[in-house]
Design a protein around this ligand. Structure first.
Ligand code: ADP
Length: 493
């Protein structure tokens, strides 16, 4: 049930506003007690007024009852004094008085309707036994009160059954009193209470609105500040320290902003680097072509020489573009990995075979140590890129007569590829940057040997896509060791 009410309420968009909820809570908290108070006071007043009326009437009746005995009214109801008293009583309370004798016969009715008739009602019978009764009929608007007419037996009249001093019930006085005046007073009171209540509701409404507005104001400030950043008026961090909660939101937003700025900066830097890297070969090509065009009767050997240089530059441009494309592909999610079961030893062997001509050219010896057979669920193309880049770097940044050692191993969870070389090594201060796009320790040397500065960035992305890790240890002048660790089976995100 509660769940259903919640779903229905949530369908109204306005109900999801904290301000509206707080307003409703404050408003209800204000008006419910005032409603209860009014109802309670009115109810209490009615009970009280009726009790007072009953007690007043009973006092009057007791006085008259004594008179009835004195004037022996039950035997002879002709007493002018008593009749006048009874008339006065009935007109005072806008009611009807009945005097009933011991035989339950009505000796006097101020309405004159029931005289001589016998009355057998529960109240009268009870009263005959000496008990006062009073009942309120709220529907018809009257109170019915009975009191016994008691005579104290004098010594003169004493008998064996009723000795002197005994109180004997001689009859009953029954009066029906209208409650019209009480109802009218109640109506007036109710009207006044309603006016006060309306004023109160208006005040509570205004206070609830103000409170809800005041409490949610810091949140409005947070969204205002965020909008300002969003619309580009400012780039400064926002501060809304009114509440701990708003401070937390502001802090979270500021760190998001910081991160976005960093991403934006790195994107700008990347675009600048890409433009620069792509421009360099093109500039060389243009310079070579212009110098050929500027000369007349150029000998064919010079043409040939320049054309070789131009071809080299075009090849370089092609390599940069290919590396960039590979990097862009890596940026896609791990879901796009093309997983298959791959024999890592065989794959490494194929790649080393492909790289051996370069190694031979550089006079570098490449060896493979397969510690065990490794079968893994990986993206073959991406693992090939990892191996190619690491081994190619180990060859490129090696010394004459240098060595490269590739070790393939595995435990029950991961396989490892370790590529060690006896090359130039990486300076300590550069170790942290080698995975950055376009970073090269020695730009001109790297360019000379055909590096784009993207190889290790591609390698790291490929390793991370496989939820693996890459580590490097290097000593300048002695050599470098890269260690890649990748799960044997595919790890789902
Ligand atoms: P590049 O295409 O220039 O080789 P990489 O991203 O593959 O770019 O490598 C970044 C830089 O890290 C290289 O320019 C080189 O200075 C350094 N480097 C990478 N591998 C080695 C290695 N095995 N030995 C020494 N330096 C290395």
């Amino acid at each position: 049930m509660a769940e259903r009410i919640k779903t229905i309420l949530n369908r109204f968009k306005i109900w999801r506003s904290l301000k509206v909820r707080l307003f409703v809570i404050f408003f209800l908290m204000g008006i419910i007690p005032s409603f209860i108070m009014r109802a309670g006071i009115m109810e209490n007043y009615e009970d009280r007024a009726i009790a007072v009326r009953i007690s007043d009437v009973q006092t009057q009746l007791k006085i008259i009852a004594n008179h009835l005995i004195t004037y022996n009214y039950l035997q002879d109801p002709s007493s002018e004094v008593i009749n006048a008293e009874l008339e006065q009583l009935s007109s005072l309370y806008n009611g009807r008085v009945l005097i009933i004798n011991g035989n339950l016969k009505v000796v006097k009715d101020t309405y004159g309707i029931s005289e001589g008739k016998t009355i057998i009602s529960e109240e009268v019978i009870k009263c005959m036994k000496g008990t006062n009764t009073a009942s309120h009929d709220a529907v018809n608007g009257f109170i019915e009160i009975t009191i016994p007419i008691i005579e104290t037996v004098s010594d003169k009249m004493a008998t064996a059954e009723t000795p002197g001093g005994t109180e004997v019930v001689r009859g009953v006085m029954l009066i029906s009193v209208s409650t019209d005046t009480i109802v009218t007073t109640m109506e007036i009171l109710n009207r006044k209470a309603l006016i006060i209540e309306s004023i109160m509701i208006f005040c509570i409404f205004a206070i609830a609105l103000l409170l809800a507005q005041l409490i949610t104001w810091p949140f409005d400030r947070v969204s205002g500040a965020i909008s300002e950043v969003k619309e580009g008026y400012t780039n400064d961090p926002i501060t809304v320290s009114d509440y701990l909660e708003t401070e937390q939101i502001a802090n979270a937003f500021n760190s998001l902003l910081e991160r976005m700025k960093m991403l934006d900066d790195s994107r700008k830097e990347f675009v600048a680097n890409v433009s620069h890297e792509l421009k360099t070969p093109i500039t060389s090509v243009k310079v070579l072509a212009d110098s050929l065009l500027a000369q007349q009767d150029v000998p064919p050997e010079l043409y040939h020489e320049f054309m070789v240089d131009i071809a080299q530059e075009v090849e370089r441009e092609d390599k940069i573009i290919n590396d960039l494309l590979a990097l862009v592909k890596m940026d896609k999610s791990a879901a796009q990995l093309n997983i298959s079961v791959v024999n890592i030893n065989e794959l490494t062997e194929i790649i080393l075979k492909r790289l051996r001509p370069i190694a031979r050219k550089n006079n570098v010896e490449v060896t493979l140590i397969s510690k065990r057979e490794v079968i893994a669920e990986v993206d073959e193309v991406k693992v090939s890129l990892i191996l190619t880049n690491l081994v190619e770097n180990a060859i490129k940044y090696n010394k004459e007569q240098g060595r490269v050692e590739v070790i393939v191993d595995a435990d029950h969870q991961f396989f490892t590829i370790q590529v060690s070389d006896t090359g130039i090594g990486i300076p300590e201060e550069s170790i942290g940057q080698i995975y950055e796009r376009f970073y090269r320790v020695d730009k001109s040397h790297s360019r000379e040997i055909g590096g784009t500065g993207l190889g290790l960035a591609i390698t790291k992305s490929a390793v991370l896509l496989h939820r693996g890790s890459i580590k490097v240890e290097s000593t300048e002048g002695e050599g470098t060791t890269f260690l890649v660790k990748i799960p044997l089976t595919r790890v789902l995100a």
